[in-house]
Ligand binder design. Structure first.
Ligand code: OAD
Length: 257
């Protein structure tokens, strides 16, 4: 175990045409978004079935909205960290780069990543449960209580995947295709416990990708990976990107146009 890429990974970085990142709450921890599991995690303080399910919303929409409004405001006030930035820089160098994320915080797009598949939705989006009309946070957060659709009066909900709900089909299919085509697959900041998303790194491995995990702690995926880079992604991903730049002899601006 090490925090630095091995010579084998450097070789892969030199020749890869496709690098795919699969991210979880850990990549956003250094931006100030709490993770889900562990003693300080969100699920240590709140019960998922009382806040993040359709049953909970039907039972108590005001409580669910209060919680999401609180998280929306926190997330609006934070910024991508060097881990998100490094993935966006890699996309400038590698022809086929994709980020598959379980996070709803939109930080990959805000960092400049363009090919982003959001498996669990996006907290900046909302929609009417009755007619499907989409709403931004500017509209819903401006209304007191539970926001209602301007078109049909239906209840508006956050565009996130709740417990018991299906993952969005297009994002799922695109994620599987990206995993199957990856030369290097990076599993970053995820406990790799929540299925079906957690099956994606396994698909990449079975399809021949060099599987790398970046996490301060081992996970159930660790025994399967080709390389475990142990430490925070805000430190390790910039090192990996610097190595990519070095072995390819290219430069990046560090900024997306
Ligand atoms: P978890 O909270 O389960 O796991 C976070 C992971 O990030 C752990 O393995 C930590 O060790 C790691 N970590 C912590 N700090 C880190 C850092 N600075 N750099 C890198 N890694 C770090 O979060 P997820 O795996 O994302 O689902 O959880 C998956 C899903 O479970 C979420 O998308 C959410 C939740 O219930 C839904 O809401 C549908």
């Amino acid at each position: 175990m090490s925090a630095a890429p091995s010579p084998a990974l450097s070789d892969r970085l030199r020749s890869a045409t496709s690098i795919v990142a699969f991210t979880g709450a850990g990549i956003s921890a250094e931006s100030g978004v709490p993770t889900f599991r562990g003693p300080e995690g969100i699920w240590a303080k709140f019960k998922p079935e009382e806040l993040a399910s359709m049953d909970a919303f039907i039972r108590n929409p005001a409580l669910v909205w209060e919680w999401y409004a609180h998280r929306k405001k926190i997330i609006a006030g934070i910024r991508p960290n060097p881990g998100h930035d490094a993935l966006a820089r890699m996309e400038e160098i590698i022809p086929h780069c994709a980020v598959i994320t379980q996070n709803i915080d939109n930080l990959h797009r805000r960092a400049g990543s363009r090919t982003v598949y959001e498996l669990h939705g996006n907290i900046e989006r909302n929609y009417c449960m009755k007619c499907g009309t989409a709403y931004g946070n500017d509209v819903v957060l401006g209304k007191p209580g539970v926001p209602e659709c301007e078109q049909c009066g239906g209840l508006i909900r956050p565009d996130v995947v709740w417990f018991g709900e299906m993952l969005p089909e297009e994002e799922w299919d695109a994620s599987i295709r990206a995993a199957e085509g990856a030369d290097i697959f990076l599993s970053i900041g995820t406990s790799a416990l929540v299925y079906p998303a957690a099956s994606i790194p396994r698909v990449a491995k079975q399809s021949g990708a060099y599987l790398v995990e970046i996490n301060p702690e081992p996970t159930p995926l660790t025994p399967l990976v080709d390389e475990f880079l142990q430490g925070p992604s805000g430190t390790i991903l910039p090192l990996l990107c610097d190595e990519l730049v070095r072995v390819r002899g290219v430069s990046t601006t560090g900024k997306q146009p």
